[in-house]
Design a protein around this ligand. Structure first.
Ligand SMILES: Cc1cc2nc3c(=O)[nH]c(=O)nc-3n(C[C@H](O)[C@H](O)[C@H](O)COP(=O)(O)OP(=O)(O)OC[C@H]3O[C@@H](n4cnc5c(N)ncnc54)[C@H](O)[C@@H]3O)c2cc1C
Length: 465
C-alpha cells in the first residue's frame, strides 16, 4: 500500500494524495452512509491531464477507482468500501467566462452546482439544474447521475443542459466530445452514454453547459384538495391554462403534519385537506397576464375543484409555502426509521398506482404508515414507509422487503422506473431488472466491458452481480 501511495504521489504531487483517517472516512461515503467507508487513498487531481495519468497508473496496477463529486448522492454511487482509490474532483472547480451569445459556460466537473448559478446570474442566465443539495453537489455528479429536481417539469433533466463533455477512460484515454455545438449529427453521440452512467464508464472532468434566461418573477400557490382524483384534475387544469408551470408538487396531509410539527409551522388552512398541491408559475408580465392568473384562480375556486387556496403575496410567503414541501424528507427522517423509494410512472398511471399501493399497505401491512409526495408533473413519486415505534427493526425490514416486491411488480406492469432520479448506484442494483430488460442489461454489460475492460472504474455499482 505504501508503494502505491508513493506512486500516486509521484503522479499527482505530495499534497494531492491523502491517507488521513478523517479523509478516508469522509470521502469514502455519500449521503446514504450505507456502508462503512474503507478506501485506500483519496486523490485530488487538478487537471484532466492529471486525471488521465492517475487512471492510467491504476489501470496498469489493477487498482479500483471511485469518482467522487459532492457526495450528496442518494444511491451509494460514490461509496468506497473495498480498498478503492477515491478520485475527488474538488480541486477542479474552475469556471470560464459566460458566453452571452451562445448561452454557454465551460466549467470543470468539480464546480459546485450553486456556484455555477451564481457565476451565471449577473448575465441574467442560469443552468437550470436545481435542488436542495445544490450547495454541495457538483456539476460532474449532476451529469453522472443525470440529476432531476423540482423544476424538471419546466426544464427537463440535466441531460438537456449539457453540450460538451470531456471524459477520461479508465486506461487514461481523454475523450473531448462535442465542444459547444448545439447541432452535431455525426454518428453515435457518445457523450449521451456518459450522462447518467454514475461513474462506471469514465470520469467527467470538464463540460460546456447550456444556459437559459433566469426565470422571471414567480407566483407560488398552495392548494388544499379533498382527495387524490382532485390532484390530477388540478394538474390537468394547470396544464391546460396559459400559465408557464415551474413546479407542480403534491403531498398528503400525513406528510404536511410531520413538517408542521418538525419545523414548528402553522397549518396553511383552517381545516386540514387530504391532499395539497404546491404550484409555482412564472408570473406573466403586463396587466393582461396578471388578469389571466386571477381569472384562472377564481375559476378554480368557483368550480369547487379545490377546497382552499393561498397565493403567496411576497417572496417570504413563497419561501414559507415551499418550506412545507421541501421540509418533508427531513421531517420524516427525523421522526423515525424510514424505508423509502424514488420511483416514476407514466403520468396517466400515477393515480391508479397510488391507490393500489396504499390499499396494499393498509390491508396487508397493518402498522406500517405510508407517506407519499412528489413531482406529479414528472411522474415522480417519493414513497415511504415509517417503522412503528414498537416494531423491531428486523421485522420492519422484512415487511418492507415483502411490500416492495408487490410494489415493484406493479411498477414493472405499468412500465415505470424503480429509480426516477437518484440512480442505481450500490443500493438498487438488485432492482435494475424491474425497469430494464435482459437485453438492455446485456448491452449495458457489453458497454462497460468496452469502456472499462478490467472492471476497475466504480466497480460493484449499477450493474447487478
Ligand atoms: C437534500 C438532498 C436533496 C436532493 N434532491 C435531489 C433532487 O431533487 N433530484 C436529484 O436528482 N437528486 C437529488 N439529490 C441527490 C444528489 O444531490 C444528486 O444525485 C447529485 O446530482 C449528486 O451530485 P454529487 O456531486 O454530490 O455526486 P456524488 O454523490 O459525489 O456522486 C454521484 C455519482 O456520480 C459519480 N460521479 C461523481 N462525480 C463524477 C465525475 N466527475 N465523473 C464521473 N462520475 C462521477 C459517483 O461515482 C457516483 O456514482 C438530493 C440529495 C440530497 C442530499
Amino acid at each position: 500500500m505504501n508503494d502505491l501511495v508513493a506512486l500516486l504521489r509521484t503522479v499527482l504531487g505530495p499534497n494531492a494524495v491523502s491517507v488521513d483517517p478523517g479523509d478516508l472516512q469522509a470521502y469514502g461515503k455519500d449521503w446514504t452512509k450505507a456502508h462503512e467507508p474503507a478506501p485506500l487513498a483519496i486523490c485530488f487531481p487538478s487537471s484532466t491531464e492529471e486525471v488521465s495519468r492517475l487512471l492510467a497508473l491504476c489501470f496498469r496496477d489493477g487498482i479500483a477507482v471511485v469518482p467522487s463529486g459532492g457526495r450528496t448522492g442518494l444511491a451509494g454511487g460514490a461509496v468506497a468500501a473495498k480498498g478503492e482509490v477515491v478520485l475527488s474532483l474538488e480541486r477542479m472547480r474552475k469556471m470560464g467566462p459566460v458566453d452571452p451569445l451562445a448561452l454557454t459556460v465551460q466549467v470543470e466537473a468539480g464546480a459546485v452546482t450553486e456556484a455555477v448559478h451564481e457565476h451565471c446570474k449577473p448575465h441574467g442566465l442560469t443552468w437550470p439544474v436545481d435542488f436542495a443539495s445544490k450547495g454541495s453537489s457538483t456539476v460532474g455528479g449532476n451529469i453522472a447521475t443525470n440529476a432531476g429536481g423540482v423544476r424538471v417539469i419546466r426544464y427537463g433533466l440535466t441531460r438537456n443542459w449539457v453540450l460538451g463533455l470531456t471524459v477520461v477512460l479508465m486506461e487514461g484515454t481523454v475523450l473531448r466530445m462535442n465542444g459547444s455545438l448545439e447541432k452535431n449529427n455525426t454518428g453515435i453521440d457518445l457523450r449521451q452514454v456518459f450522462i447518467g452512467s454514475e461513474g462506471i464508464l469514465g470520469v467527467i472532468t470538464e463540460t460546456t453547459l447550456k444556459l437559459t434566461a433566469l426565470p422571471g418573477d414567480r407566483d407560488v400557490f398552495l392548494f388544499g384538495l379533498a382527495d387524490l382524483p382532485a390532484v390530477f384534475d388540478l394538474f390537468e387544469a394547470a396544464r391546460k391554462s396559459r400559465l408557464l408551470v415551474n413546479a407542480f408538487e403534491c403531498f398528503s396531509q400525513d406528510c404536511l403534519e410531520q413538517v408542521l410539527e418538525h419545523r414548528n409551522l402553522s397549518a396553511p388552512f383552517t381545516s386540514p385537506c387530504a391532499q395539497y398541491v404546491l404550484l409555482e408559475v412564472e408570473r406573466p408580465t403586463g396587466a393582461s397576464g396578471q388578469e389571466a392568473v386571477e381569472t384562472w384562480l377564481t375559476g378554480l375556486m368557483e368550480s369547487g375543484l379545490v377546497k382552499d387556496a393561498v397565493l403567496a403575496q411576497s417572496e417570504k410567503e413563497a419561501s414559507n409555502l415551499w418550506a412545507m414541501r421541501e421540509g418533508i424528507s427531513e421531517s420524516l427522517a427525523h421522526r423515525g426509521l424510514l424505508h423509502k423509494h424514488d420511483i416514476s410512472l407514466p403520468i396517466h398511471r400515477l393515480k391508479e398506482f397510488i391507490e393500489i399501493w396504499t390499499r396494499d399497505i393498509d390491508q396487508n401491512y397493518p402498522g406500517l404508515k405510508p407517506y407519499i409526495f412528489g413531482h406529479i408533473g414528472d411522474g415522480n413519486l417519493h414513497v415511504n414507509l415509517m417503522k412503528p415505534e414498537s416494531m423491531p427493526v428486523g421485522e420492519f425490514k422484512a415487511l418492507c422487503k415483502k411490500a416492495d416486491e408487490g410494489m415493484f411488480a406493479w411498477i414493472r406492469r405499468f412500465e415505470g422506473s424503480v429509480s426516477a432520479e437518484h440512480g442505481i448506484g450500490l443500493l438498487k442494483r438488485h432492482l435494475l431488472s424491474y425497469s430494464r430488460s435482459d437485453d438492455e442489461i446485456r448491452l449495458m454489460r457489453q458497454m462497460k466491458q468496452s469502456f472499462d475492460p478490467k472492471g476497475l472504474l466504480n466497480p460493484g455499482k449499477v450493474l447487478p452481480e
